[in-house]
Design a protein around this ligand. Structure first.
Ligand SMILES: O=C(O)c1cc(C(=O)O)c2c(n1)C(=O)C(=O)c1cc(C(=O)O)[nH]c1-2
Length: 254
């Protein structure tokens, strides 16, 4: 008979977390399959990039929130690299800037993208839920919720290869955001995994770590569900970006 309350070894906890990824990570979502295999129309790729800007732009805000909750200087030194990666060390540098190069290349004005006025409600609520989770749950759960990054190097490899092969309107320059991410994600995921393993002191806390990763998989999944409903099925919610409304997206008078 197994004892459900027995603390897992570090290896067992890692295996549980990897199992969550195998079952729930957003590489399994039908929108990603469509995106990576060349099935998306130009407007669907535009919508994906526009909406994902909000995720990108809120990540350093989420990370700054987590930073304030880390009591150890070495942990903060490690964590703050995440903010530097996204914001850059100077103007014109960093992940957010590289994401904007992608939205530039897809015909959006920067003002429109940065305003986030055209994003889907589902994107907004999912991303806000992630930031709120990291603000209000234990710091161990907040760190553990970033563990989807254990799985992101694989999906990024698949995405870049697939998009370059299938879409003439993207290039390695416009997808430059992704070329920097895999080593950063590997470094960050290693830190987060060690942190979660060391700080989850009881079986109950380990279960909360697993739940945090499940929650984060849902944050990513929900964003893709919203994209599918709006731009594959065509049920664009009121106020969200309408495919073809390029003038508005470019900041020109309609
Ligand atoms: O391209 C992707 O599929 C993907 C996934 C994830 C993820 O799994 O959360 C992140 C990123 N990209 C990413 O670029 C990124 O900066 C990032 C930060 C975080 C996080 O939770 O702190 N996840 C991710």
């Amino acid at each position: 008979m197994t004892d459900d309350s027995a603390k897992l070894t570090a290896k067992e906890l890692e295996a549980r977390l990897r199992q969550v990824g195998a079952e729930r990570y957003h590489n399994l979502h039908r929108f990603h399959r469509r995106l990576h295999s060349g099935g998306c129309a130009y407007e669907e790729v535009q919508a994906w990039a526009l909406n994902r800007y909000y995720y990108q732009s809120m990540i350093p805000i989420k990370d700054a929130t987590v930073l304030t909750r880390l009591s150890n200087a070495e942990d903060r030194r490690q964590w703050r690299k995440r903010i530097e990666d996204h914001d850059g060390l100077r103007e014109g540098d960093g992940g957010i800037e590289r994401w904007l190069k992608l939205t530039d290349s897809l015909g959006f004005s920067r003002d429109y993208v940065i305003s986030t006025e055209g994003i889907l409600p589902g994107t907004r609520f999912a991303v806000e839920a992630y930031v709120e989770f990291c603000r209000t749950r234990s710091v161990t759960e907040a760190v553990a919720s970033s563990l989807t990054e254990l799985f992101s190097p694989n999906i990024i490899g698949e995405r870049v290869a697939g998009m370059l092969a299938h879409y003439s309107f993207v290039s390695s320059e416009t997808l430059a955001y992704f070329s920097q991410r895999p080593p950063q994600a590997k470094r960050d995921a290693e830190f987060a995994l060690n942190f979660a393993v060391q700080h989850a002191k009881t079986r109950a806390e380990q279960e909360l770590v697993v739940k945090a990763l499940e929650f984060k998989c849902s944050v990513l999944w929900a964003q893709l569900d919203s994209l599918w409903s709006a731009y594959v099925e065509g049920a664009v919610p009121p106020g969200a970006w309408e495919p073809g409304s390029v003038a508005k997206a470019r900041g020109e008078a309609a």
